[in-house]
Design a protein around this ligand. Structure first.
Ligand code: KG4
Ligand code: ZN
Length: 354
């Protein structure tokens, strides 16, 4: 039995899968409500909560499963330092107790391979069934990165955001509109009220927002703080005069998703042309978004490439994707290496896989 523990941010997760990748158990303890009054995640509170939640979660696992452990993995980066340490220290104890090898796992690599995951019923794709190379777009609360994935450990970083991550920008816009944290899902719900918004490309309304970095001269760099400021200015202007109606708020957020889709697709399309890949993937919390999924599915079909996306529940942080990553590493014959928690650890950056 393969087990992984995930505590990089504000969710404590433990998952077990068998050697074929079938999920045998998955426990997740969310801290969203704990942090909501503060308008965002409070790192020290998150770290302390992991310390108390992990042993409680472990106690809920079926002893028949924990008695049969062969390999253990823990997210060792990137993430909040105190949160990573809580998970790593917990797992060092477990590995000694059960006398099994412990792997330090990269959270972003977990997201990257999440589109190919198994479930309780299905085993997921074996390494030989995953198309390499492919291009992976990771969009979450902390990350916006485009990767060229040549193999399980052979990952090149094509580009990343220069400032805000997409999800971070959405969460900030949500706060501006008084819709709470995290905000992506509430914003999507509001945008769907705008007439005709089944596909973000169809936006027709009164708001015009910039499409960030839509020029080949920026290469694969992303940026979302300018778009956030553009939205803030529109909201401020409305506050100076008469505040927006609910329909105008929906229209503004619909325009925002339209800009987000265009900016993400611009880079994706370019990478498909440049690297002649047959497969593209989406992952991370923002990949739950229906506008992005629909637009990417339609446009990928137009380009003649396949699109793979994780199930919505596997887009948000979870331990299943980490257990799944470890399962792929074992299939590749990768041995455990000594490791420490690394708060900054992006696949493809110099020295990431040493
Ligand atoms: O992957 P994740 O759990 O966290 C990180 O690893 O960073 O992603 C959380 C992010 C938040 O920014 C949240 O607002 C966003 O995913 N999100 C969405 C939707 N649901 C969650 N963004 C857009 N549309 C959604 N439906
Ligand atoms: Zn994540």
């Amino acid at each position: 039995m393969i087990c992984a523990v995930e505590t990089s941010f504000d969710e404590s997760g433990i998952a077990l899968c068998d050697s074929s990748g079938r999920m045998q158990a998955s426990l997740l303890s969310s801290q969203v409500e704990l942090h909501a009054p503060y308008g965002g995640c409070v790192p020290e509170l998150a770290a302390r909560t992991h310390l108390s939640d992990l042993p409680q979660l472990w106690g809920k696992l079926d002893p028949a499963l924990t008695g049969d452990l062969s390999h253990l993995g823990v997210t060792s980066g990137p993430g909040l330092p105190g949160c990573l340490l809580a998970g790593v220290n917990f797992c060092r104890g477990l590995a000694a107790h059960y006398d099994i090898p412990l792997y330090g796992l990269n959270h972003l690599q977990g997201h990257i391979f999440s589109p190919f995951m198994g479930t309780a019923e299905t085993p997921g794709l074996g390494l030989a069934e995953i198309t390499f190379p492919h291009v992976a777009l990771l969009i979450s609360g902390g990350h916006t990165e485009l990767f060229l994935v040549r193999g399980i450990e052979d990952i090149a970083l094509l580009g990343q955001t220069q400032d805000d991550a997409v999800g971070e920008m959405l969460d900030k816009v949500s706060a501006m509109l008084g819709l709470g944290y995290p905000g992506g899902a509430s914003l999507e719900k509001l945008a769907r009220e705008h007439p005709g918004m089944s596909d973000a490309a169809d936006y027709a309304g009164e708001f015009e927002l910039p499409v960030p970095m839509r020029s080949r001269k920026y290469g694969y760099k992303f940026s979302y703080s300018g778009l956030k400021t553009a939205v803030r200015n529109k909201i401020r202007n409305a506050d100076d005069g008469a505040a927006y109606t609910e329909a105008q708020r929906a229209s503004l957020v619909a325009a925002l998703f339209s800009s987000v889709v265009e900016s993400l697709w611009f880079k994706m399309e370019r990478s498909v042309e440049e690297h002649a890949v047959q497969l593209i993937t989406l992952s991370g919390g923002v990949a739950i978004n229906g506008f992005i999924r629909t637009a990417f599915a339609r446009r990928a079909a137009g380009l003649g490439v396949q699109l793979a996306v994780p199930q919505p529940r596997h887009c948000l942080d979870n331990a299943e994707m980490m257990a799944w990553l470890l399962r792929l590493k074992l299939e590749a014959g990768i041995a455990p290496l000594p490791f420490d928690a690394r708060s900054n650890w992006v696949p493809g950056e110099a020295g990431w896989n040493v």
